[in-house]
Design a binder for this molecule. Structure first.
Ligand code: ATP
Length: 294
């Protein structure tokens, strides 16, 4: 079980609405179960035109219940680099991802974006610069176009179409009775999980953040849908710093750096070939989970 998913699922809907000013900050915190203590610090700055260099420096972290989840965790991710987090359930992969957008604050150490401590960055700016792709996607009652348009306040129809196309969503959208104007959400057309996911990917193309967090769930999608999503995520991560909780072998193999993590922290780090060559924990995982598929 992944308790981290709860806030992040809600985040998908509310983050965007909050950015749009549709919901206020207090309601946002309430729904997201965000710690209201996390506020913009005095003199917090907006990030302008970042490159997307990330660093976790000597990070310790515990949730409220006190159990130490991360101890002296260090990780550097260069701008544009693709990093895959792999390892057993409960290792802390989701926790690491939730610290970057500051859903929680570190207990010790710091996390920086382009050298700036995330605690010194306005939350608004943090959220603009980080795109999160989750498996569970929230669509509000409105048209498909409006749902994609959440990614950017003043998006034009053209931009929305382009984003949909990049997300491999345009084809199925055009087959719907009213195309982009088709109503979805509570009382609208029911979309499949894979279709909803492509809508959320389109939102992020529009939003165009420098940093991506991808949570690859292992839910069963048919092969074709899976391929569409993989393909659009690969396009999406081009030129963006990408941190993926990875379950798909192709994602892992295409990563610049794989971090094998367990309860005791980072155990192995390197490319797929390097880690296979090590014949350690990663190789074991690879052989058991992927049965040595190439
Ligand atoms: P999985 O592969 O199952 O998603 P993970 O590697 O992502 O696991 P985390 O979800 O980060 O691991 O969990 C690390 C530890 O933190 C686990 O022991 C988990 O129970 C605990 N944990 C996660 N979220 C919370 C929370 N909101 N409050 C308290 N403990 C939590």
């Amino acid at each position: 079980v992944n308790r981290f998913l709860d806030p992040i699922k809600r985040m998908i809907s509310f983050l965007e609405m909050y950015q749009q000013g549709t919901v206020g900050y207090e309601r946002f915190c309430e729904v997201m179960a965000i710690d209201p203590d996390i506020k913009d610090g005095k003199g917090a700055e907006d990030l302008e035109d970042i490159s997307g260099n990330l660093e976790f420096k000597s990070v310790d972290f515990s949730y409220n219940d006190g159990e130490v989840i991360l101890k002296n965790f260090n990780l550097e991710i260069k701008a544009g680099e693709k990093v895959a987090l792999v390892g057993p359930s409960g290792a802390g992969k989701s926790t690491i991802c939730s610290l970057l957008p500051r859903f929680y604050d570190v207990s010790r150490g710091k996390i920086t974006i382009d050298g700036v401590d995330v605690k010194g960055i306005t939350q608004n700016s943090l959220r603009k610069n980080i795109g999160i792709v989750q498996q569970d996607v929230y669509l509000f009652h409105g048209s498909i176009g409006d749902n994609i348009g959440l990614g950017k306040i003043d998006a034009t129809e053209n931009e929305i179409e382009r984003a949909a196309s990049m997300a491999n969503a345009l084809e199925f959208i055009n087959e719907l009775p009213d195309g982009m104007n088709t109503l979805v959400g509570e009382r609208g057309v029911k979309l499949s999980g894979g279709q909803k996911q492509r809508i959320s990917i389109a939102r992020i193309f529009l939003k165009n953040p420098k940093i991506l967090i991808l949570d690859e769930a292992t839910s069963a999608l048919d092969n074709q849908t899976e391929k569409y999503i993989q393909d659009s995520l690969a396009k999406l991560s081009e030129g963006r710093t990408t941190l993926t909780i990875a379950h798909r072998l192709t994602t892992i193999k295409n990563s610049d750096n794989i971090i094998y993590l367990d309860k005791d922290g980072i155990q192995e780090e390197g490319t797929h070939e390097e880690l296979i060559g090590k014949k350690g924990k990663y190789e074991k995982l690879y052989n058991s989970e992927f049965h040595g598929f190439v």
